[in-house]
Write a protein that binds this ligand. Structure first.
Ligand code: C2E
Ligand code: CA
Ligand code: CA
Ligand code: CA
Length: 277
């Protein structure tokens, strides 16, 4: 995820004039999009391959831009991290997730596992615990049904990280480590705190079918999750072949295009929730 802006995250560097102008127009665009309600949460199903049942979903943001069509997060999240607006965007995604869960709950169709991505900026910003506690209370949501996905590459002190995670878990929220296996400081963080899920990065899953070493790495990551008391979740399962291989590792929860891409809430409800009735 390389943008011209994200090189070292220093706030006080002076970007060239052209970059300043770009940054300004991007922030204005985001503000406009928030007012116009152009951000949407899409939901990608997660399947328990042992039972064949729906396990839960990961919520993924999309920007329905009036001129540029549907924008994917890789095209605007890095810039929003740079501009600081990721905090505003994620206040919206958090609120939207809880509201969606409340709507589904009213219809007796709430998900027992629903996951949302949280950026490093937001995680270290400090308000996440308060925001989450507030939302849990005001929407009357069972916090253990909500998972926050954190990336390993968060630039923060170990003890700050551990205490933030513990405070969220004290509220009852579940914690998942995204892109597991790709970070540099994983073990130091994970030995000190019990996270609930580890998401095995799709780069390993995709290589697994053509590369036996990658398969063995996936096997070890599944075992590592179990050693750490976390449930492994595979992402990027695109084929029957990948699914079969992954099942041989003992892993049970999968997500990927083999089942479905992320779809809009109503479609997700029609396809995956209403069926259970
Ligand atoms: P991620 O958290 O690793 O999410 C998984 C990405 O892989 C999603 O891309 C998903 O659509 C895609 N994917 C799922 N199954 C498959 C598959 O079988 N094959 C392939 N090739 N791809 C698959 P998406 O939605 O474009 O999101 C990209 C990244 O943007 C996410 O990666 C996440 O880091 C970030 N992101 C998405 N929504 C949010 C959000 O609300 N907040 C923040 N901070 N980041 C978000
Ligand atoms: Ca994720
Ligand atoms: Ca991931
Ligand atoms: Ca990723």
């Amino acid at each position: 995820k390389n943008t011209p802006f994200s090189s070292d995250g220093k706030k006080n560097m002076n970007p060239p004039a052209s970059v300043s102008a770009l940054k300004l127009s991007f922030s204005d665009e985001v503000k406009r999009a928030m007012r116009a309600d152009e951000f949407k949460l899409y939901y990608q199903p997660q399947i328990n391959v042992k039972t064949g049942e729906l396990f839960g979903a990961e919520a993924l943001i999309r920007w329905h831009h009036p001129e540029r069509g549907v924008l994917y997060p890789d095209s605007f999240i890095p810039q929003a991290e740079y501009s600081g607006q990721i905090i505003d965007i994620e206040r919206w995604t958090l609120g939207r997730l809880f509201r969606q869960q409340a709507e589904w709950q009213e219809q007796g169709e709430e998900l027992t596992n629903i996951a949302l991505n949280i950026s490093g900026n937001h995680f270290v910003h400090g308000s996440l615990v308060t925001e989450t506690a507030h939302l849990t209370h005001s929407y009357q949501i069972d916090p253990s049904y909500i998972t926050l996905e954190l990336t390993e590459r968060i630039n923060t002190e170990l003890d700050v990280w551990v205490s933030q995670v513990s405070m969220l878990q004290d509220i009852g929220i579940k914690i998942s480590i995204d892109d597991f296996g790709t970070g540099f400081n994983t073990m130091a963080h994970l030995v000190d705190v019990n996270v609930d899920f580890l998401k095995i990065d799709q780069s390993f899953i995709k290589k697994m079918t053509s590369d036996n070493r990658a398969f063995k790495v996936v096997q070890s990551l599944v075992q590592m999750a179990e050693t750490l008391g976390a449930v492994p979740v595979a992402e990027g399962i695109e084929s029957q072949e990948a699914l079969h291989l992954y099942q041989q590792t003992g892993g049970q929860i999968v997500q990927g295009y083999h089942y479905s891409e992320a779809i809009q809430a109503q479609e997700f409800q029609n396809q995956y929730l209403s069926l259970e009735k």
